[in-house]
Design a protein around this ligand. Sequence first.
Ligand code: F6R
Length: 260
Amino acid sequence: MEVVILSGSKPIAALAADAIGALLQRKPDAVLGLATGSSPLPVYNELALRHERDGLDFGQVRGFALDEYVGLPSGHPESYREVVRREFTERVNIDPANVLGPDGSAADVPAACRSFEDALRRAGGVDLQLLGVGTDGHIGFNEPGSSLASRTRIKTLIEQTRRDNARFFGSLSKVPHHVLTQGLGTILEARHVILIATGAQKAQAVRDLVEGPVAAICPASVLQLHPHATVLLDEAAASSLRLADYYRHSYENKPSWQGL
Ligand code: F6R
């Protein structure tokens, strides 16, 4: 796991966009794993800018959302299908037919989860997965206690996550209780994962995921088992890390050929 501590959201977004740009250079039809929430928004802004300004081309890219609320009516502004469209895919030249998420309105939920996993497999798997982390250590919506081998399935949100996400819905009572999410086993199969965390409210989750034991109580800690996981942090999110100075030293002295 590589931990990179930067001064704020702008350099974090630039670095993540550099990694995505380099991926598209060598694989124009790459599969991107798309997170929602606040953390990846600066990256989507930066990618939209590079598309507009530099012609960064998403014409052959495929996109897979991480998760989705269950039961929101189609077109609901906070459904992750809509968020991904509004914040990212409609701002670049990704073909909407090449963007898929778990279907939170399906009558047969297990079948919808299976068909999402099948589609991911047919696409050849995720090349680069963007992730945020919840204040309770969730990735996707794999709440504490999730199986470290889990696949896409329904989960019940912990109240802390519903409260954290109430800001998007205007009131806690409107936040759904159920979600579909890629499992931890699914996320581990992405070839590269980039997790972004900013702000002091993430410091404890970051410490647990980077330096704690691998344990279902902090689902993001499963990334310690991933062969290519990058964690991009601002100073506040990194403030509880014991080895922060070592991570800074390693990044400052990283061989220039290595990339992210
Ligand atoms: C969203 C997702 C969640 C968020 C997490 C952090 O697709 O999978 O794991 O990344 O809840 O949310 P923010 O970035 O809003 O703090």
